[in-house]
Design a binder for this molecule. Structure first.
Ligand code: UTP
Length: 642
């Protein structure tokens, strides 16, 4: 099986702080220039591509913007650099390929661009998106182990080999649709994610005016590195201290959910730019179209604020609409009045994880014949508190400790009676024979029982199918999914579930808990590979998932390098955080009967979510015990809780 990657890289929108990225580069000459800051986000539009291995470097597509052209070159740095220097669309891809070829041991790639829905001149940096896409394609195909910052750097240095001069904030598209606070300190870039508290409804649009970015940049660069005139000092102040204060306030407003202030800060930023920066490039930054739109009273009714985009001038404008409805009205209005097409961008808060799902409808054939008598979720284990409990109680208690408020069990319709019986009160006679401690535990069982709802799996069409039965229960929230036949022992105070939930709350992506397995046993598991996103190597950006791969394929394509333990192979292990997109993907697979080994698999749905939004693997600080086979059950009974 040849490795094939599906990639998506969005365009990026600078919300605040344009120009401060290149300005800070002058710190190399003048240390009194202060670092730049910008708030940047990926947008919903971008570039989709399919990537395969090749001896040459090929970029091709049938989409109209390629006009039937394609690019093909040997992996020869000199030839690639020459193309990069010529300018034009293919210069970007060649620039990045030459940079990668100079610094890493790679062969070629065939990049097929499937779709490109970025408005091209909108200030959304389609060039940076294609550069990040090429950097990511090499990284993932040849397992270069670069994290997102690493990809950003390669994209930047690749673009530097072309005649175009991008700023350092352009490659923020590498982070996807989430706002980040970037700090530019000389040649260095630091990135902090911003936590959105309330939804922000943005619109951006081209102004149909004209702007000369090269002239704007050359005029403004004259104010650096040493400002002499009043105008030059003002530019340095605006892109320096004033910008720094404004960004700090904007980050606070976004994190506090104060959308009105975010809008007011956009208007303030524009005013500051007009007074302090525009005089340095008066002709280009007069921006009559932009100001006509910004002064429109009707637009003000729909928005909290507005400002220019990118290098400013009459390129594009961005608005922060008051709500979803105002946004639709605004888009209609600017279309009618100015013939401008509005593009939507919604920045949403990460929802808290407060619901969990446990599918327990399987027949448990590997534990037959005992599963004729009781379901494996009711098999006994001796817990750390010394109580003998059904597996399901152990899981439900862990959920309780992790702050989960509602649980949905997926069961067969005929199984309801067993659960009802377990979660009903005991007889008074029975209770009277229990110790005080056990009576308290009895209360706990009943309390936990109240949090449970049931979903029914009528036909056992597989794990993914069982999960899908909870679609209504999940609604539009992220949910924690546990396997019903595993037990989790944490090596720290937080339960394994809570560790996973907190990792999700940091990165906002679908998560899979994982554990390393020896190469010899990869063919029993869903194996995933990727690159570490953090230095303590427990958060992996997943680039590929393969259900039960053969050993040779795993050896060539699925190993994950670790700092201290060499190469490892990771399999999905028991817990997941599913975002609403996973249920959409499951629905699609169920409707179209897309199965693997005859079953609707969760892995297939996760893999399609990985392609578009990305998913993360998480190694928790703990151990997993399985009760699904006789051998593993024996090992669990012997060792769990000791
Ligand atoms: P398993 O793969 O262990 O399947 O399911 P199983 O049917 O329980 O056991 P064996 O393989 O026949 O011995 C993992 C989890 O998914 C649930 C199971 O109950 C278990 O908690 N599951 C699986 C369902 O709810 N429905 C299904 O169709 C399949």
């Amino acid at each position: 099986m040849d490795k094939k990657l599906k990639l998506f890289v969005p365009g990026r929108l600078c919300l605040f702080g344009e120009h401060s990225d290149w300005a800070s580069l002058h710190r190399v000459m003048n240390a009194s220039i202060i670092p730049g800051h910008a708030i940047v986000t990926g947008v919903e539009q971008g570039i989709y591509a399919t990537v395969t291995m090749s001896d040459k470097f090929i970029v091709e597509s049938e989409i109209p913007s390629f006009k039937n052209e394609s690019f093909e070159c040997e992996m020869d740095s000199k030839k690639l650099r020459e193309t990069a220097q010529e300018g034009g669309f293919f210069s970007y891809v060649a620039g990045v390929a030459s940079y990668v070829n100079d610094h890493y041991r790679v062969k070629g790639l065939r990049i097929h661009v499937d779709e490109m829905n970025l408005p091209i001149k909108s200030g959304l940096s389609s060039s940076a998106a294609i550069c990040v896409l090429v950097a990511r394609a090499f990284n993932e195909m040849y397992n270069l182990q670069l994290n997102t910052m690493g990809e950003m750097n390669i994209a930047f240095y690749g673009e530097q080999r072309t005649p175009s001069r991008c700023g350092r904030l352009d490659q923020a598209c590498a982070f996807g649709v989430m706002p980040v606070n970037m700090t530019f300190d000389g040649n260095e870039v630091f990135v902090d994610k911003i936590k959105v508290k309330r939804p922000l409804y943005w619109v951006f649009s081209e102004l149909n005016g004209s702007k000369d970015t090269v002239k704007i940049l050359s005029d403004l660069n004259k104010c650096y590195p040493f400002a002499e005139t009043e105008i030059e000092k003002n530019v340095q102040r605006a892109l320096g201290t004033e910008n720094e204060k404004l960004i700090e306030r904007a980050v606070k407003a976004i994190e506090a959910g104060d959308c009105e202030s975010v809008g007011a800060l956009m208007t303030e930023a524009q005013k500051m730019f007009d007074t302090l920066v525009a005089p340095a490039s008066p002709k280009e930054l007069a921006s009559p179209e932009l100001h006509r739109v910004l002064a429109d009273e009707k637009i003000k009714e729909y928005t909290y604020g507005a400002k220019g985009v990118g290098s400013q001038g009459d390129g594009s404008v961005q608005f922060l609409a008051k709500d979803e409805n105002s946004r639709e009205q605004l888009i209609e209005y600017i279309k009618e009045k100015y013939n401008m097409e509005g593009f939507r961008l919604t920045l949403k808060p990460e929802k808290k994880v407060r619901k969990a799902i446990i599918p327990v409808a399987g027949f448990g054939t590997r534990l037959y014949p005992e599963t004729r008598a009781i379901k494996k979720e009711f098999f006994p284990v001796i817990d750390r508190d010394g109580y003998v409990k059904p597996v399901i109680m152990n899981l439900l208690e862990q959920l309780e400790e992790s702050g989960i408020e509602e649980v949905c069990l997926v069961i067969g319709e005929e199984e309801q009676a067993q659960y009802d019986a377990f979660f009903s009160p005991l007889s008074q006679e029975h209770i009277s024979k229990l110790s005080e401690e056990k009576r308290a535990y009895e209360e706990k069982i009943l309390e936990i029982g109240k949090k449970i709802t049931y979903a029914y799996q009528k036909e056992r069409k597989g794990f993914g199918h069982a999960v899908y039965q909870c679609r209504e229960f999940a609604g539009n929230e992220p949910v924690l999914l546990l396997l019903g036949d595993m037990i989790y022992e944490s090596f720290e105070e937080r339960t394994c579930s809570l560790q996973l939930i907190e990792a999700y709350e940091e990165c906002g992506k679908t998560m899979i808990s994982m554990q390393d397995v020896p190469l010899e046993s990869v063919s029993h598991y869903g194996i995933m590979c990727g690159k570490w996103e953090n230095s303590n190597e427990n958060l992996l950006k997943i680039t590929q998932m393969v259900e039960k791969p053969d050993i040779n394929y795993a050896k060539d394509c699925l190993k994950v390098r670790t700092k201290s333990d060499g190469d490892k192979y990771y399999c999905a292990y028991g817990q997941y955080i599913l975002t609403p997109e996973v249920f959409e993907a499951l629905e699609y697979n169920i409707k179209n009967n897309i199965t693997t080994k005859g079953e609707i698999q969760l892995t297939d749905a996760l893999d399609s979510v990985r392609e578009t939004s990305g998913i993360m693997g998480f190694v928790f600080n703990g151990k997993v015990y399985d009760v699904g086979t006789p051998d593993m059950y024996r090992e669990t009974i012997a060792n769990y809780g000791r």
